[in-house]
Design a protein. Sequence first.
Lengths: 332, 325
Amino acid sequence: MSQPLLHIDDLYVHFNTSDGVVQAINGASLTLNPGEIVGLVGESGSGKSVTAMSILGLVPKPPAIYPKGRILWKGIDLLTTPDRELREIRGGEISMIFQDPMTSLNPVYTIGHQISEMIRVHSRISAKTAKLRSIEMLDLVGMPNPAQRIDDYPHQFSGGMRQRAMIAMALSCSPELLIADEPTTALDVTIQAQILEILEKSARELNVSVLLITHDLGVVAGICDRVAVMYGGRIVEEAPVDDLFERPLMPYTWGLMRSIPQMDKVSTKRLYTIPGSPPVMSRPPKGCAFAPRCEFVIDRCHTEVPQLIEYAPHRMVRCHRVSEPDFIAVLA
Amino acid sequence: MSEPLLKVVNLEKKFPIQRGFLKRTVGQIHAVDGVSFEIGHGETLGLVGESGCGKSTTARLILRLLDPTSGEIFFNGKEIHTLSRQEIRKERKDMQIVFQDPYASLNPRMTIRQIVAEPLIVHGLANDDADPAVDEMIELCGLSREFGNRYPHEFSGGQRQRVGIARALITRPKLVVLDEPVSALDVSVQAQILNLLDDLREKFDFSYLFVAHDLSVVSHISTRVAVMYLGKIVEIGSREEIFDNPHHPYTKALISAVPLANPKQERIRKTTRIVLTGDVPSPANPPSGCRFRTRCWKAQEVCATSEPALLKIGNSYVACHFPEM
């Protein structure tokens, strides 16, 4: 088997705050292979964005501390890579798009200028070639009249068009990995559909791996090959997309799937609810982070953190009860 | 048939666009443009649409939190649009609102009990926050009565939204307007609030106007659904009719754009998905004729020249020259 593109190995990220140490990530492991689209799903505070920012070295230290773990990019640990080299990788081999395109674009430069700048930082080509390449990229993401719009400023674009420009910029240096942090959360559904289509199409066309971070299970179901679910700073389940939705193994995933209203299954029945609210990471539960809300909790869950085990080929799950022979039947 | 609880006729709201030092009016945003609908007793009307379509403005007009430019609002037999500021305050006992952001809509200096009791005191139904109805309502909304002495910052988003709901229901209103009540909440907490809203409706038998952009949520809670686009209702009908058999191309596109949490079905839906081109036009300068025509794949000449009226098709009302059958 070929070497994975990205391997996050038992990562811990803590923040020193006036409220004490916030344990944002407590042992997260995740692997990404070339050309794969992987979804990272979780609620606010689960640690998904911090994971992504850590890959790019964008988390300010302090307040962040990395007590343990490695982030291996093609075998090199990004956590110990000097800033100068990291800058080469960031934007070049790994690029990122964020939720709010307006805050990630510079309002005083034209879109074309910003895309060209990005290209020229990472490769030695003339301004003219860079401009042509920018137009090409904007065309790829479905921007109408790219040759004219390249001279427009960000405020002249709508939300959907700005996000297209961001995708064009992110893909302009032919990255191997694109990290998309809630790329469609700020957009309307009809625009979301456009952006997701473009994101998937261009990633598959250019053979770019994507780490798609979202809270929306629907978005993940549509375009991902594999999905990792995060809760309380850890990956609690990871599986190929069909398996995960068909037969979730971790009680949190199971509960989450049953608690979202489904448009195609219109019914007036009550929704399943996960009681309580997500853990406060300055005071995380001692054992399994989900134990206080879990309906299948046993004593052991409160005291001992379960390990992420391979339940079946390609199916990782973090739950004490999953090894019980009849437990899976309960979740079915 | 008995009178509906709420009847809105040709409601219109224009916001002036002001520029420069002298604040001269240079144009108008036609946020709500001739909206008519009814809500019956015990009914939940879902009002959906994309950002800027005027759904929240419509909700605020009904409560007279904004004054309509023109149009009529009949609530509980009264003409809401003609009431004076003082008279409307009395009516608000019967019509309450829950806001989207549970962080911004609760006064941080008031305790939970004070927040929930305030409407009672304002309407002269109680003298202070010691009224037993307050604790009762706090408990009904799924919070423990010991929480009454605490302040909003001590609570999570979901709990705060429960407080917002308790405050809205304490006067036992006949109509509750919910403006995106779950969109700021985490997925696992959304279901708790949706179930709570269901339970409370069963218990108190009031009507909801549920404003949201999330079609899955709307399909779950509504009995009827109205779809808005650029200040107009393009389709209104029963939930089943809207979701199983949409007639307006926009409704169809909207439903088809929603990603379902079902990978196998998504792969099929993806091949037939109607991906609308372009963006919503500016409400300051809406297209002539049918406002959806600039993004509609069925648009023809007539769509640019004449505005389609809301006509009955099947069990829905649809504003389209070429509706889907």
